[in-house]
Design a binder for this molecule. Structure first.
Ligand code: AP5
Ligand code: ZN
Length: 216
């Protein structure tokens, strides 16, 4: 099962990906999380990515594609994966398609979490993340059980640097120009599925499970 998650920043891709990955037993591969891990570890890739991410810009395609190809060649990806935040440009989508086609494979489903613009700012400015395990929370819609502390690992949660209001507006702009065309792209391939992302987190998840076919 090879799934791509599509949707604007703040649509709930990361939130749903954590549950989908558990339910369907496939690795959750988030390019944003991989870049953030590299930044935290002080790697060369992290230094390069930080310059783009802090401004809300996309990391160059060649760098991102090389990183994703490396990750997808790891053994845990053999039976499938859930891509969150990749592809994000038509070029990235073409490269992913070519890479899979070389092995006689293809993406099974491109799942769009649809959320109108007026929900997004509220979601992103209220988001808090765990810098240690990557778990995502929201001050109002999904607060940690103990105030300010990750439920999973007990680390103090933080606000992402690119969740400031100005950067959020820039990221939405880039989404419209560079990533939204992927909706048409996967629609034309006949593999686009759409869920209403404005519902509560567990309701969105149940819609996704129905679309993907339940698996206990
Ligand atoms: P990335 O980390 O991928 O960010 P993004 O796509 O902008 O998406 P977000 O993580 O902001 O949102 P999300 O949809 O995952 O929402 P979440 O579940 O957290 O990318 C960051 C940067 O890395 C990019 O700007 C770029 O620089 C670089 N990058 C990454 N991939 C790249 C690529 N392929 N090419 C080039 N550059 C790349 O939810 C948001 C909030 O809402 C949370 O607080 C959550 O608790 C809450 N929430 C979620 N669902 C609901 C709900 N149903 N109801 C109420 N609240 C909800
Ligand atoms: Zn944690």
């Amino acid at each position: 099962m090879k799934i791509i998650l599509l949707g604007p920043p703040g649509a709930g891709k990361g939130t749903q990906a954590q549950s989908i990955s558990k339910r369907f037993q496939i690795p959750h591969i988030s390019t944003g999380d991989i870049f953030r891990k590299n930044i935290a570890d002080g790697t060369e890739l992290g230094t390069l990515a930080k310059g783009y991410m802090d401004k809300g810009l996309l990391v160059p395609d060649e760098v991102t594609i090389r990183m994703v190809k490396g990750r997808l060649s790891e053994p845990d990806c053999e039976t499938g994966y859930l891509l969150d935040g990749f592809p994000r440009t038509v070029f990235q989508a073409d490269e992913l398609g070519k890479m899979l086609a070389a092995d006689g494979e293809a993406v099974d489903t491109a799942l769009l979490i649809q959320v109108p613009r007026d929900f997004i700012i509220d979601r992103m400015t209220g988001r808090r993340v765990c810098p240690s395990c990557g778990a995502t929370y929201h001050l109002v819609y999904n607060p940690p059980m103990a105030k300010g502390v990750c439920d999973v690992c007990g680390t103090k949660v933080i606000q992402r640097k690119d969740d400031s209001i100005d950067t959020v507006v820039d990221r939405l702009d880039i989404y419209d120009r560079q990533t939204e065309p992927l909706i048409e792209y996967y629609l034309a391939k006949g593999i686009l599925r759409v869920v209403d992302g404005t519902q509560a987190i567990p309701v969105v998840f149940e819609s996704i499970v129905k679309l993907l076919g339940s698996k206990e």
